[in-house]
Design a binder for this molecule. Structure first.
Ligand SMILES: [Fe+2]
Ligand SMILES: [Fe+2]
Length: 375
């Protein structure tokens, strides 16, 4: 394992994470739902889009690959997978280290919200659409995400907590993204989701003593669902070459890659005890996930980010520091807190600019984008 030491989960990082105030312990379903309701740069959002424009997509240019993928998804290889069985170990929630418990619950709530966010968007597309190809796909993806979110909620229930998904659907704020931004963002989040789940799964396969909760055993089949969803978005993007070839859209793709990667970095570094319990250095994990995601995204994106560039990790670290400062400012309040927050936002902005100006590796996209899970 290539361990990057600056961010190993040492005491001062735990202190910082606590100081950032991200983990007021969630004790019941009400506070869990409150956490899921939050809309910050770092929390999963709900999206809405121009459903008519998406409904008008003609998949004929990718017909053969499309039908094959839909056939695979209809066969539903994971039907029955998202149920607790004899592999589900009992967890002593009360005996769990409080910091680990707080971070792990936050991880579950944020994963559940992210899964459910996909479900809500896909279900709405299915409801509003009349194009058979599109509605069939979105119906299948909504089915998967509903299972994923429900399974995580089942795990939370054992800790006496559940996210009120019905309330979220009604009350969480929806962010509008034009369809092409939905393609970039959702494609990436599906593929990065695959890379995150499989990287943890493979790590725990090698270090079973670090598997402190049974849910990780479910990640392998789970990540194959996310992989298929990503394949679907790759095909959707393939129907219109402009989406990945025009100069402006290339900039947007670089923006989304940078935003998705840096958000993941900052979010993961807020959970030092969680990563320590897994025996995973968050910086190593981040780079590993970025590497896999970049490799996969060559199927459709005309560039990959240079994650080995000397400015890459330092700028991500500055982003992480800025985030701690913003959270501390928010907590402090008043004029002093305001200045702290503004300073933090400026720092984060410059760090993001530094990431965006790292030259990307250009990539010649293959004619047939289809991939199979390989990790
Ligand atoms: Fe999912
Ligand atoms: Fe998914």
């Amino acid at each position: 394992m290539n361990v990057h030491n600056t961010h190993s989960a040492d005491a001062s990082t735990v202190e910082e994470a606590l100081a950032a105030g991200n983990y007021d312990p969630v004790v019941d379903s009400k506070t869990a739902t409150d956490v899921a309701m939050q809309n910050t740069l770092l929390t999963p959002r709900f999206y809405t889009t121009d459903f008519d424009e998406m409904d008008a997509i003609d998949v004929s240019p990718v017909r053969a690959e499309w039908d094959q993928l839909i056939g695979q998804m209809k066969a539903d290889p994971n039907k029955g997978h998202f149920k607790k069985n004899e592999d589900w170990d009992n967890i002593d929630w009360d005996g769990m280290d409080p910091q680990l418990k707080a971070e792990f619950i936050d991880f579950l709530i944020s994963s559940c919200t992210a899964e459910f966010s996909g479900c809500v968007l896909y279900k709405e597309m299915k409801r509003r659409g009349s194009n058979d190809d599109i509605t069939t796909l979105f119906q299948l993806m909504a089915r998967d995400e509903a299972r994923h979110a429900g399974f995580i909620n089942d795990a939370l229930r054992e800790a006496g907590i559940a996210v009120n998904l019905g309330f979220l659907t009604q009350s969480k704020k929806y962010t509008y993204f034009r369809p092409k931004f939905i393609y970039y963002a959702t494609y990436l989040s599906e593929k990065i989701g695959y890379a995150r789940y499989i990287t943890i799964y493979r790590h725990l396969e090698a270090h079973p003593d670090k598997r402190f909760h049974p849910i990780f055993k479910w990640f392998k089949e789970w990540c194959n669902d996310e992989f298929s969803h990503g394949e679907a978005f790759a095909l959707l993007m393939k129907t219109d070459p402009k989406l990945t070839e025009s100069f402006a859209n290339k900039l947007w793709i670089k923006f989304f890659l940078t935003a998705v990667y840096s958000t993941m970095w900052v979010r993961d570094h807020q959970r030092p005890a969680f990563h320590e319990a897994l025996g995973v250095d968050p910086a190593w994990y981040g780079q590993e996930v970025f590497r896999k995601t970049s490799e996969i995204s060559k199927q459709v994106f005309p560039m990959t980010l240079d994650i080995d560039h000397p400015r890459w990790i330092p700028a991500l670290d500055r982003m992480q520091d800025a985030n701690i400062q913003i959270a501390a400012g928010k907590k402090q309040g008043g004029v002093g807190g305001w200045f702290k927050r503004m300073g933090g936002s400026a720092k984060a902005g410059f760090a993001f600019l530094s990431l965006m100006t790292i030259p990307a590796h250009s990539n010649a996209v293959p004619t047939n984008p289809r991939l199979e899970p390989a990790y």
